[in-house]
Design a binder for this molecule. Sequence first.
Ligand code: DUC
Ligand code: ZN
Ligand code: ZN
Length: 484
Amino acid sequence: MDFDTVIHGGTIATASEIYEGDIGIKDGRIAAVAERLPGGGRRIDAGGRIVMPGGIEAHAHIAQESSSGVMTADDYLTGSVSAAFGGNSSFIPFAAQHRGQSVDEVIATYGARAARSVIDYSWHLIISDPQPEVLEDQLPRAFASGITSYKVFMTYDLMNLGDGGMLDILTVAREHGAVTMVHAENNDMVKWMNRQLAAKGLTAPKYHAISRPELAEEEAINRAIQLAKLVDAPLFIVHVSTAGGAAIVQREKLAGAKLYAETCPQYLALTRDDLDRPGMEGARYICSPPLRDHATQDALWRHIASGTFESVSSDHAPYRADQSGKFLNGFDVPYPKIANGMPGIAARLPWLFSEGVAKGRITLEQFVALSSTNAAKTFGCDRKGRIAPGMDADIAIWNPETRRKVTLADQHDNMDYTPFEGLELTGVPEIVMTRGETIVAHGELKAAEGQGRFVARKPVDLRGRGGWQAKEFDPAQNFGAELR
Ligand code: DUC
Ligand code: ZN
Ligand code: ZN
């Protein structure tokens, strides 16, 4: 067979092994992987560099209005370009339903926005208004169209579904093999803390961290898991920021849970002391859940290394430090009025490679799993996340030795700051491909606007995850009540 492209002389890294070899690409797919492959219309000399599946960014907010009406600075062009420079070949941003909207309307809106993407994309829905027509008709149709995951919130008055609402939607997800992602923080604990702080006039950015206690996350993670267990539905805990939360996830996974989780670089690279920077600079570090402390960072690393998390995701939520973003409500406002989130889609993988692989905290195989393979499996991207014949040729070639400092310009996003500014990193993605097309090469963008394609995803792969059977749902133990 003649190939369109052959990548030769690479150190191929997958989630399970590392070996020397060549990759032949034909019609956008990997056609062969072998020790030596001749031919190829184009030959790329990997020169011993790492050749791995392109990253899949499974948590990003792109061209999304928050529930309080702030639009992210990145649209699908700038957001996807930034992702590509960070070693990603595809991403799954959120498509957010605000109250009163139908899911069909949301998908049509984000379909138009995503037409600018340079990398392949899908969406996780955000559901804030699970009316009967959403649960019975709109969501099942969205799942059937390949949008097989969605996020719900246990916090924020405009988003929080309440425990009963969670049970209803989890039950629908279970029937269709969809994954429920959850933002787990106890809404009343946070509101109560806000009231205590406001009464004392403690409204500077640093109090954002105090207002959202670790216990609020831990309590909500535990509650979300028990709710999902009751109806035996798969659950994905997003942006875990606490040692206690991670320990609960670890324990429940060991018990056979249909449970998945991620953490994010900001919880490992930054602390709540960053919120106490001079003036309003701390506003740049406001995200929810909030940044924690060094002890938490150590614990989260242990959980990453021991398999508690499927992914390390960016939670790219780009709000500029101006009146279009962070300060939409004014420059000198109390912390609850400052937009919530920080950018990081380009920094995620270089940071994880450097702090994880280069510093010996995780193996290269774990890096591949955490950055790509596990997201593909969890979210049903059956042609992505692996180097194997038949898979999309979504490939990143990394130079593991290049050292550089993080700069805003390197992020290639539409932001006016990066929270990772100045960090010294080792390792850089030099060439990034989506379906065999080079989109970034040696710091230059090669992609054309709109070349990304929608990825229709499969239901979650539950092999190896036994799940739960609440006694009360077991016909042998519930007096025969037909509950499922
Ligand atoms: N949750 C996120 O996932 N991102 C930004 C803010 C939030 O609450
Ligand atoms: Zn969230
Ligand atoms: Zn997010």
